[in-house]
Design a protein around this ligand. Sequence first.
Ligand code: HEC
Ligand code: HEC
Length: 242
Amino acid sequence: MQGLISKMTVLAAMVVATPVFATAGAGDIEKGKAIYMNGKGDVPACNSCHGQEGMGDDAMGTPRLAGQSFTYIAKQLADFAQDKRMDTVMYVMNTNAKGLSEQDQKDVSAYVESLDYDSINPSDMNQVKELGNPVGVRYLGKGIVMYGALERGIPACHSCHSFNGRGAPPMYPMIGGQKYVYLVNQLKQFRDGTRANDAAGQMRVVAKQMTDEDIYNAATFLTSAPRTTIGNSGWPENKIHH
Ligand code: HEC
Ligand code: HEC
């Protein structure tokens, strides 16, 4: 009897412990939220540049983070920390990532993945113009995103980034609903090789074929690209928790 009770006690303890293991995972959302909102050590709060809701800012050239997967965000932070990707816009992300431990990076990535994915918060194209940025033609960009320009060697963005660029985690980031200025910067950086942290050079091959006009057109469409249509109403499985 004694033996049975102690076995049952052990069993009960394991059942109670299970949710603890499940939430521990690779990243702790609450700890990540604290970093995002308040910073940590010398690393400033992420919300000061990426916004309270993680929606990004065209005036600063910061990306929207809300809607990206844990795996993609964690990869970018690791790449910044190891100087495999350089922030040549505000020159802050390499220092920021280095100031976070690997666990901190996972925690903040888990928090980012928990942010609102559904809402579209497109760039204000009037503001973008007032900031002095050239803009493109939306329907021409839609053509590139959906079908590419095969005669010029540009594949459909859709083929990797999924419908209207809504993302295909873990490998392919969400580019639909992203900030315009950031999209343009990244495409130009992939084109000239300033950004070279894409596995197998997949994005550099694509961007090398794009003219400035292609880039402005694609970004003009992408920033306000709807995630669903009547004919394609399914939501992607974006929330892959680790
Ligand atoms: C002082 C402003 C600033 C702060 C603070 C800041 N960032 Fe950034 N972040 C940027 C800029 C600018 C870029 C874009 C760099 C580029 O275009 O190459 C960026 C890019 C990123 C990216 C790449 C996103 C993508 O889509 O590839 C991630 C991830 C990121 N930041 C996470 C964070 C986290 C997490 C924090 C807080 C620990 C943080 N940032 C704090 C300015 C900032
Ligand atoms: C063959 C697959 C492939 C195709 C086709 C492709 N991409 Fe990508 N793209 C990638 C990969 C992989 C990454 C992520 C790189 C990394 O891990 O840092 C990426 C990243 C990006 C980024 C950076 C996102 C961010 O948050 O920093 C942008 C912008 C982008 N792609 C735009 C486009 C556009 C526009 C097209 C169509 C003209 C396109 N891509 C077609 C594979 C592809």
